[in-house]
Design a protein around this ligand. Structure first.
Ligand SMILES: Cc1ncc(COP(=O)(O)O)c(C=O)c1O
Length: 395
C-alpha cells in the first residue's frame, strides 16, 4: 500500500523522520555521555520501540501502565515519575522499574517499606523531583511546573538538610518546547541552590563513587521539554552542558524528552466529507476532529501545520477546517489553499505523532483513526485499526 491508498482518518508515522530524530539524540548521548529516555506520555507507539531502543537508553513513564508498556516492549532502562503512586501499584513498579522518582517526602516515606529493600539490594534507584521555582516560559501556566501553586516537585525550602536515606537522584522538569538556553539557566539555578546535595569533586574521590559520595546525588534527570531535534536547537550547547555536569560532579545525567523523539515524524491524513456555506466562511467538514484526534489543538491551543495550507487570505481559497462532531467549537483553524477544495479531497496535518494518539478519545462515538507507518521505501503498513468495540469497551 502507498500513502494515497490508506483509509482515512489515519495517523501515519514517518519512519525516516523518526530515525533522523533518533540519530540526533544518539549523537547527544555519544558525545556528552547523557542517557536519553523516551517520555512515553508524548508518544507510545510501542511497535516502533525496537527502532527507538537501538538509539536511546530506555523510557520513562507517567505511571504504572506506561511503565508496563516499556517493560514489555522497550528493553532498556525503565524510569517512572508520578505525583502520587497507589499502594497497590508500588510492588509492581519496584519489580519492573530501575528508577522511581517521588514527588514529595510524604510519598517517599509512605512507600519506603516497599522500595527500600530493592535499593539496598542494588536493584532500584530512587530519586526526588525538585521544583527549582524558575519559570522560563511565558504565558501558559498549564504547561509550567514552576508556576505559582505548582504541586510538581519539592521546593528548596521544603528539602531536608541532607538527602533522605536511600535517595540517589534528583529530577526536575520545567520546560515545554524550549531551546537550550532555558535549560542552561535552569540548571545554573539548581546547581547554585541545591549545591549541598551535589558531590563535591574537590573533596571526594570519584573513583570510589559509591563509598565517597554517600549522601549526595548520583544522578540528575533534566526532564523533558527540550526541542533537541528542532532545526534551531543548540545541540552543541547541550552536549557541553551535560559534559560539564558529568565531569564536575561525577554524576549520570538523564534527559527525558517526549516531543523531540517524534517531532515532525507523523501526519494525520483526513478526507473532506462535506462543504458547508456559512454567513462567514465556507467550512470543510473533515472525517477527523480536533476534540477527538488532536485535542492539543484545543487545549494548548495551537494551529497545526497543514501541507499546502497557508494563513487565511494568503491564497485564493480560504476555509474553516472543522469536524463531524456536534461540538460547535470543534474547529482546527482557518487555512487558505491555491486550489478550490472538493468533497473527497485529502488533507494532511503535519507534526501529528506527538500528544495525539496518546490523547485521543471517542467522544460522540467518533471512530479512532487508523495508525499506519510509512516505511523508508515509501510503502505503508497498518499498525492498528480500531472499530466499534474500542468505543464500547471503555464504557
Ligand atoms: C516529567 C516529565 N518528563 C518529560 C516530559 C516530556 O516533555 P516533552 O514531551 O515536552 O519533551 C513531560 C511532559 O509533560 C513531563 O511532565
Amino acid at each position: 500500500m502507498n500513502l494515497s491508498e490508506i483509509r482515512t482518518p489515519a495517523y501515519v508515522i514517518d519512519e525516516k523522520k523518526l530515525r533522523e530524530n533518533l540519530e540526533i539524540l544518539e549523537r547527544v548521548q555519544r558525545e556528552s555521555g547523557a542517557k536519553i529516555l523516551l517520555a512515553q506520555k508524548a508518544y507510545s507507539i510501542y511497535q516502533t520501540y525496537p527502532l527507538i531502543s537501538k538509539y536511546l537508553t530506555g523510557a520513562t513513564a507517567s505511571g504504572l501502565f506506561e511503565a508496563r508498556l516499556a517493560h514489555e516492549e522497550m528493553h532498556g532502562e525503565n524510569h517512572v515519575f508520578e505525583p502520587a503512586f497507589g499502594d497497590e501499584e508500588m510492588n509492581e513498579l519496584c519489580d519492573i522499574c530501575d528508577h522511581i522518582v517521588f514527588n514529595s517526602l510524604n510519598q517517599l516515606e509512605h512507600h519506603r517499606p516497599v522500595w527500600e529493600k530493592r535499593v539496598i539490594d542494588g536493584k532500584l534507584s530512587v530519586g526526588l523531583r525538585i521544583n527549582p521555582e524558575f519559570s522560563t516560559q511565558d504565558g501558559n501556566d498549564i504547561y509550567d511546573p514552576c508556576a505559582k501553586g505548582s504541586r510538581l516537585g519539592i521546593r528548596l525550602k521544603d528539602m531536608p538538610e541532607s538527602l533522605p536515606a536511600g535517595v540517589e537522584g534528583f529530577h526536575f522538569h520545567t520546560l515545554c518546547e524550549q531551546g537550550f538556553e532555558p535549560l542552561e539557566t535552569t540548571f545554573l539555578k539548581v546547581e547554585e541552590e541545591f549545591k549541598r546535595f551535589f558531590p563535591n569533586p574537590a573533596q571526594e574521590n570519584l573513583e570510589g563513587f559509591d563509598e565517597d559520595t554517600r549522601g549526595k546525588i548520583k544522578w540528575i534527570n533534566l526532564g523533558g521539554g527540550h526541542h533537541i531535534t528542532r532545526e534551531d536547537y543548540d545541540v552543541d550547547g547541550l552536549i557541553r552542558l551535560v559534559k560539564r555536569i558529568r565531569q564536575t560532579y561525577g554524576i549520570e545525567v538523564y534527559l527525558e524528552p517526549g516531543e523531540a523523539i517524534a517531532l515532525d515524524a507523523g501526519y494525520l491524513v483526513t478526507t473532506v466529507m462535506d462543504i458547508v456555506e456559512t454567513d462567514r466562511i465556507p467550512v470543510l467538514i473533515l472525517d477527523t476532529s480536533a476534540a477527538c484526534h488532536m485535542p492539543d489543538v484545543l487545549e494548548m491551543p495551537y494551529r497545526p501545520p497543514l501541507k499546502d495550507g497557508e494563513e487565511p487570505g494568503e491564497m485564493n481559497y480560504t476555509y474553516r477546517l472543522s469536524s463531524r462532531t456536534c461540538l460547535a467549537g470543534d474547529v482546527i483553524g482557518d487555512y487558505s489553499f491555491e486550489t478550490e477544495k472538493n468533497i473527497g479531497d485529502r488533507l494532511v496535518f503535519e507534526d501529528m505523532a506527538i500528544y495525539s494518539m496518546v490523547k485521543n478519545n471517542t467522544f460522540n462515538g467518533m471512530p479512532l483513526p487508523d495508525i499506519d507507518i510509512l516505511h523508508e521505501d515509501g510503502s505503508v503498513d497498518i499498525i492498528r485499526r480500531f472499530g466499534y468495540e474500542d468505543f464500547k469497551c471503555r464504557l
